[in-house]
Structures are given as C-alpha cells and as structure tokens.
Design a protein around this ligand. Structure first.
Ligand SMILES: C[S@@+](CC[C@H](N)C(=O)[O-])C[C@H]1O[C@@H](n2cnc3c(N)ncnc32)[C@H](O)[C@@H]1O
Length: 394
C-alpha cells in the first residue's frame, strides 16, 4: 500500500546554482546525495525526513516527496499515468488540494492545463473508488501536489512544503531589492566566515544577510518561525514527530553568540526595517545596527568577514552613477578591513571592475534571472611579504 511513511526519492529545490550549499546542508543532516541539478538535489527518505528538511534547511525552496514517474508523450498518457496513482492513500477528503506544476513539452507547455488535467485525474480516481470529489484551491495552504512534466516524462510529487521555505518567516518588511532569504543563506555559506568571528554587513538594506548570519550562529531553525506546512495535511500524518523536532530545535537554539554581527546602512528606513525584521527573527539583541555611510562602519580588529550587497544599477544611467561607489568600496577594503575577507555580491561585472582589487574567488550565483558573483577579496594586514617576513616571526 502507498503511504507517506514509505521511503521514496525526495527532490529539494533551491535557487539556481545554490545546489552545492544545499548538498552540504543535507550531508550535515546525514542524508546521502543521489543526484543534483543546478536548482535542486535528490536524496531519499520518508515523511519524517521531509519534516526535518522543511524545518532546518536554509537554502531550500521546496521539499518534494516523489509518488510516481511515467512516460507521458501526450495528454491522454499523462491523464492515465496520473489516474493510476493511489491518491486515496495520500489525500484526505476534508483537505483542500492545490496542484502546481512545471510543464515543458513540445506540444504542451501550459502549467494551468497540467494543473487541471492532474486535478481531473485525481477526482476521477476518487469517484471510481466511490469517494466524493476533493475541494481544490489555488492557495496552497493544505495538501499541495507538484507535477514536473518535461520532454515526455512526468514525475508527480507531494509538495511537503506548500508555501516556499525559501522565505524564512521574519521578513515582514522589505526594503530596496532584498535578497531571497535562501539566497542570502547560500551567499553566507559561500564565504569563509567562522561563527566565532565578526560578520560585518554594511549596506544591509532589510538586514537579510546579518539576520541569516545571526540565525546560523545561534543555531536557530527557520521552522521555529512558521506554523503551517503542507506535510501536515496528508493522510497518515500525526504531529508527534513534528512536535519532537520543534522541541529539539528550541533546545538547540542558542541565546548568545561568541562574536559580533554588525549591520549598517545610510538609509534610516532600511535600518528601521532591518531592526524590525531582526526582532521578528528573535535576533535583534545579537546585531549591532548603525545608521551610517558604509565607510564609517566600525570594523573590529582581527579576522572576520565584511559582506556587501551594493546596488548594481539595472536601469539606464544608474551604472555610471555607481562607479564612484564601487571605487570607494575597494578603498574601504584596503584601508579599513585589513586581516578580513571582503565579499561583494553583485550582478554587474563592469562595476565590479571599478573596485580595483584582484578577487581571490568569483563565486557564481543567480539572483532570480540575473547572473551574479560573490567576489572574494583576501585583504592582507600588510603586504604578503611582510606577513611571512622572518624578521616579523621572531
Ligand atoms: C541592494 S540593497 C541591499 C539589500 C540587502 N542585501 C537585503 O537583502 O535587504 C543596497 C543597500 O545599500 C544601501 N546603500 C547604498 N549606498 C550606500 C552607502 N554609500 N552607504 C551605506 N549604504 C548604502 C542602500 O540604502 C540599500 O539599502
């Protein structure tokens, strides 16, 4: 009999090119990586594994539990394949279903069509078993089903997340061009930051990077900021394991950190919003906020990271205006951030050239559809030669 308690393949989606950070998170949780693409990773497990993943993963968007895969060259084949699945083992009559899909076939590439076809297949199956039709909604608040139908092959999943887990639940207020929380977490994972070192985030905007750093340093799971997931609305779910995961996460969460997290911005609105978001996340007491130009940010002595996400001027005319800003960031790194790793996350490589320093790594990302880099600069205390000079080692 089909059941959510059986082991199945689980596909977890993430922002484009963030799969290596998601893989690492999954491996740290003890999961084997079976496959990966630029925007997702496959592992295996049962419902309890899906619950843990939804609760803890910072870089993921959706946790999809596979129920079937079949050839579907046309709509009839798709309908029959979808109707053949034992939906009555997974779905409850008193729960609303929502169908979402990615559809990319030569003849059929309309997701609404796929959603409707899937809904018909499920309802026809229910009727053929003597049950009533299921109520459906576009909201995605209860049982969500996800269909991936591409190049004549269909894979159907129970979407255990529902609302995306790329949002971590604290950002009630946004400011100019905020980063998706899952992308911000991936950016931090791509740096050399150690949790006992300072994390400095000038140009903090809505505070996403600083808040994510604080959540990581305190081991606070995103699941603590959310109360509804799609996994709660499938047949066979009982909340004992979920409650255990919640309790365990509460115990693991730290209330203090070993180092400083500093967030600054020259916009008062940004600082007000960032503070509110940090409050919602329960980490406002761990972040030092300051209203100032990025060059006036207080940089503590010693090792640590300085992570900036400056504006990158997508509209005509904006790029030229930003050239001085990028030059100043280079000077700021050289003069004020000695001994640190500096990072600039930007989608504009022409502006990045104005920084005037040689990047030690150019880490690839996408921010939605914009190709971006997280540029890493190793900023020496003195020159390299001085650091290794024998006279200084006495
Ligand atoms: C792209 S947004 C940062 C978004 C942020 N990463 C987030 O997720 O919310 C750029 C930020 O840089 C700030 N900014 C621009 N020029 C600045 C300067 N010279 N000094 C300080 N902040 C500046 C803006 O106010 C804006 O909040």
């Amino acid at each position: 009999m089909a059941s959510i308690h059986n082991t199945s393949e689980i596909f977890i989606t993430c922002p484009n090119r963030c799969q290596i950070y998601l893989q690492k998170e999954l491996q740290d949780m003890g999961y084997e990586i079976l496959d990966s693409t630029r925007s997702g990773v496959m592992t295996k497990g049962n419902w309890n594994d899906c619950i843990r993943m939804n609760f803890y993963l910072r870089t993921a968007a959706k946790v999809l539990y596979k129920v079937a895969a079949f050839d579907a060259e046309n709509k009839d084949q798709y309908y029959l394949g979808a109707k053949d699945i034992a939906w009555e083992d997974f779905l409850e009559l008193d729960k609303e279903i929502t169908i979402q899909s990615v559809t990319n076939n030569e003849e059929i590439d309309n997701t609404l069509f796929t959603n409707l076809l899937t809904k018909d297949a499920i309802n026809d199956r229910f009727r053929s078993k003597g049950f009533e039709r299921l109520n459906s909604s576009k909201e995605g608040k209860e049982a969500v089903i996800f269909a991936f139908w591409s190049s004549g092959e269909a894979t159907l999943y129970l979407d255990t997340s529902g609302d995306t887990i790329a949002k971590h639940g604290y950002r009630k207020i946004s400011f100019v061009a905020p980063l998706a929380e899952s992308l911000a977490a991936s950016i931090i994972y791509s740096t050399k930051w150690q949790h006992d070192q300072p994390f400095i985030n000038p140009m903090c905007g809505a505070g996403t990077l600083a808040i994510e750093a604080a959540l990581m340093a305190t081991n606070r799971a995103n699941g603590l900021m959310r109360s509804n997931y799609s996994f709660m609305h499938f047949k066979g779910y009982d909340d004992t394991f979920y409650k255990q995961v919640r309790e365990e996460a509460k115990k693991k969460a730290l209330h203090t950190i070993k180092s400083k997290i500093i967030a600054t911005d020259f916009s008062n609105e940004a600082i007000v919003n960032a503070k509110r978001n940090a409050q919602t996340a329960g980490v406002d007491h761990l972040i030092e906020f300051e209203l100032c130009n990025f060059e006036d940010t207080h940089i503590p002595e010693g090792p640590g990271v300085v992570v900036l996400n400056p504006p990158y001027g997508l509209r005509v005319g904006e790029e030229a205006d930003l050239i001085p800003l990028y030059k100043n960031i280079g000077d700021f790194f050289k003069k004020q951030c000695k001994g640190k790793y500096g990072y600039i996350f930007t989608g504009n490589m022409e502006l990045a050239k104005k920084i005037g320093l040689k990047a030690t790594r150019r880490i690839e990302f996408f921010n939605a559809t914009i190709e971006c880099r997280n540029l890493e600069y190793e900023i020496y205390e003195g020159t390299k030669e001085r650091v290794i000079s024998p006279s200084l080692m006495k």
